[in-house]
Design a protein around this ligand. Structure first.
Ligand SMILES: *Cc1c(COP(=O)(O)O)cnc(C)c1O
Length: 362
């Protein structure tokens, strides 16, 4: 606290990211990073950008990252997406921040689930957006009918975090139809770990619903959390609002290395497919192993699972795992303080987790 702080800063409750420990050799299953490296093409493209002694770094990057917008639009060409329907930012967290001030700051409170990405209330605090939490049902499922009435907008993660539950596209379409007066934001940070590409993403609905904005990240399914690239897809009017905010804040959110790396990542469909299938496969194996240790495991469409043990305190389990060099995420929040969120690692990491849990439970 300081008298030099603005009153806004006094009131803020910042987001607390999962720990990034400095200790080596930890089995890090706490922040939903991908256990596999990014495509080798990413590394090559970044090296190219650094050629000739880094000459290119003298110059500002393309403020609009047009190459990247074209690559993203091309990826969703099957849904008729054009580059004018794409916004890019420094991680999807930055994209989301702009969404809150550009599209969700209205008279009425916005709605989001009581259990969801805990950054949403933080943005509301930063930008003075009123909000109402809508409880998920007893199985942590979002019920569209609970979102009745006027509102300043709706945002939710799909698959949801930290539960991993997937809301079917048909339900999203119903929500969009009922709430055509407000913007509906679907944060699809984990969508690539769900089912088949093209059947689950709400990007398929963008050209039928001018109030829909879908947010993606390269942090999880493209193994690029360290590069900070996220994007949004929606009607050009929604994108223009985001561009207006971005150009009132930072004209160059994506640096040269990020643009080059992101374009290269999107071009390597084979690497993407191989690594995401490996994560999905490990997830299913880990779910079976945990169930055999009496854990309750929610069905997950993400690169993490949400579990609880009927006889063991979640905080104690997390602490015991940590002593054995394995870190998972435990949220001390209502309704979920007896759950653990476990990121899917390599098969070898999952095996270490199971061995440790067997030891702890005995
Ligand atoms: C990880 C995550 C993000 C943030 O992703 P970045 O692109 O790394 O900023 C956004 N939303 C949800 C639900 C996430 O889990």
């Amino acid at each position: 606290m300081s008298r030099y702080w603005s009153s806004l800063v006094h009131r803020l409750t910042p987001y607390v990211p999962g720990e990034q420990p400095k200790l080596p050799n930890l089995v890090k299953l706490n922040t939903n990073e991908n256990p596999y490296p990014p495509s080798p093409r990413v590394v090559a493209a970044i090296a190219d950008e650094l050629a000739n002694g880094g000459q290119a770094l003298r110059l500002y990057p393309d403020p609009n990252a047009d190459r990247l917008k074209e690559a993203i639009a091309a990826r969703f060409a099957g849904f008729g997406i054009t580059p004018q329907q794409v916004f890019v930012g420094n991680g999807s967290d930055e994209v989301l921040a702009h969404v809150f001030i550009a599209l969700l700051r209205h008279e009425l409170p916005i709605l989001f689930p009581d259990i969801t990405y805990s950054f949403y209330p933080v943005y509301c605090g930063l930008y003075d957006v009123a909000w109402t939490a809508v409880p998920l049902d007893e199985n942590f499922a979002l019920q569209v009918d609970d979102y009745a009435g006027a509102n300043g907008g709706i945002i939710f993660a799909n698959p949801n975090a930290p539960t991993g539950c997937l809301l079917p596209l048909a339900s999203i379409e119903r929500l969009l139809a009922v709430h055509s007066q407000s913007v509906v934001v679907v944060d699809e940070a984990y969508i690539d770990f769900g089912g088949d590409f093209g059947t689950d993403s709400a990007i398929a609905l963008v050209n039928r619903h001018p109030n829909l904005l879908v947010v993606h990240t390269l942090s999880k399914s493209r193994s690029l959390a360290g590069l900070r690239v996220g994007y949004a897809v929606g009607h050009p009017d929604l994108i223009e609002a985001l561009e207006r905010v971005k150009n009132s804040f930072n004209s160059y959110p994506l640096d040269r290395l990020a643009i080059a790396g992101a374009v290269a990542a999107l071009a390597d469909e084979r690497h993407f497919e191989t690594t995401r299938q490996a994560v999905i496969h490990s997830r299913e194996t880990l779910c079976l192993a945990l169930r055999s240790l009496a854990f309750e495991v929610l069905p997950s469409a993400a690169n993490f699972i949400f579990v609880r043990h009927p006889q063991r305190d979640a905080g104690d389990l997390a602490a015991a795992l940590r002593q054995r060099g394995i870190i998972v995420r435990h949220f001390r929040l209502p309704r979920i303080d007896q759950h653990l969120r476990i990121t899917i690692g390599t098969d070898a990491q999952c095996e270490l987790l199971i061995v440790a849990l067997r030891e702890i439970l005995n």
